[in-house]
Design a binder for this molecule. Structure first.
Ligand SMILES: [Zn+2]
Ligand SMILES: [Zn+2]
Length: 107
């Protein structure tokens, strides 16, 4: 069992019990750019899930700050997610270059 299997329903907090083999009646989605699980009961309600900007599908998966659509395959960056690789601050490249020059004896 993975931790993902133990995730409760985001809406009512129910936990997936006695997982069945094959297709689960639980639905995965992305809400506020977080991966969520929706229990079969809550799937009948109006769900406030994120949808694909390209095709409108709610069959999204969220990973590494990106949201990928499983219907059309489009990937977008999460709006609120911090970039995994921070941008190099201005001036750092010059410092690195100067340090390299010192190491290489070119200063
Ligand atoms: Zn639920
Ligand atoms: Zn899509």
């Amino acid at each position: 069992m993975t931790t993902e299997d133990a995730m409760p329903c985001y809406n009512c907090g129910a936990r997936q019990t006695d997982p069945v083999r094959g297709a689960s009646p639980w639905k995965r989605g992305v809400r506020a750019e977080s991966q969520v699980l929706i229990c079969p009961d809550c799937q009948r309600h109006d769900l406030d899930l994120d949808t694909c900007e390209t095709c409108g599908s709610s069959a999204l998966i969220c990973r590494l700050g990106e949201v990928e659509c499983r219907s059309c395959g489009s990937v977008r960056q999460g709006r609120s997610g911090d970039p995994l690789v921070p941008e190099v601050p201005p001036g750092l490249s010059a410092e690195v270059e100067a340090a390299l020059n010192r190491v290489l004896g070119r200063a």
